[in-house]
Design a protein. Structure first.
Length: 180
């Protein structure tokens, strides 16, 4: 009988402790933020951002130039096919293959280079301080315990699968940075 009473007492005590803990704590509120969108809105006047955009334009121009050279070779190859010049056809095939490889290599290298530069801009101290301050003010004012980013500077690390737009504070952070 004493054991039964002791077991019931322990269960009641544990239940009371659990309920008090569960109801005594505030609910954790989570917000999300698209950091890349904030950066894009914040940095339109930044010299470093303009330099990055200029470099992107130069890369795009070079890619178009390389593609035009390939198109020109393909046109010449077509003419060689019509005239039956087998020696020219095989040479054009080699040239086209080499230029396609160069185009692919150039694109891959420049894409990585530009992504790294953008990552460095995202992590620059001026941007980071201003953004962190705006996020902190909004989170504290609106009662968020955690703010997660929906995008990452490392595309392999984006782990948010879904979120409600109701918890997205991106536009509020952009507005706060614009006022600053």
């Amino acid at each position: 009988m004493k054991r039964k009473f002791l077991a019931v007492t322990v269960v009641i005590a544990l239940s009371s402790a659990f309920c008090a803990g569960a109801f005594g704590q505030a609910m954790t509120r989570i917000a999300v933020l698209d950091l890349v969108r904030v950066y894009d809105a914040y940095s339109t006047d930044s010299a470093a951002s303009r330099a990055l955009e200029d470099e992107r334009a130069k890369v795009q121009t070079q890619l178009e130039k390389m593609q035009a050279e390939i198109n020109d070779l393909q046109k010449k190859k077509g003419e060689a096919i019509q005239s039956g010049r087998q020696d020219l056809i095989s040479q054009y095939d080699k040239d086209i293959a080499a230029k396609l490889k160069n185009l692919k290599d150039y694109y891959t290298a420049k894409k990585l280079e530009l992504e790294e530069k953008k990552k460095n801009l995202l992590e620059s101290s001026e941007f980071a301080k201003a953004t962190y301050g705006a996020i902190q003010r909004i989170a504290e004012t609106e009662g968020y315990s955690i703010v997660l980013t929906t995008t990452s500077t490392d595309s392999m690390m984006n782990s948010i699968v879904w979120y409600s737009p109701l918890i997205d504070i991106t536009d509020r952070v952009i507005s706060a940075l614009a006022v600053r």
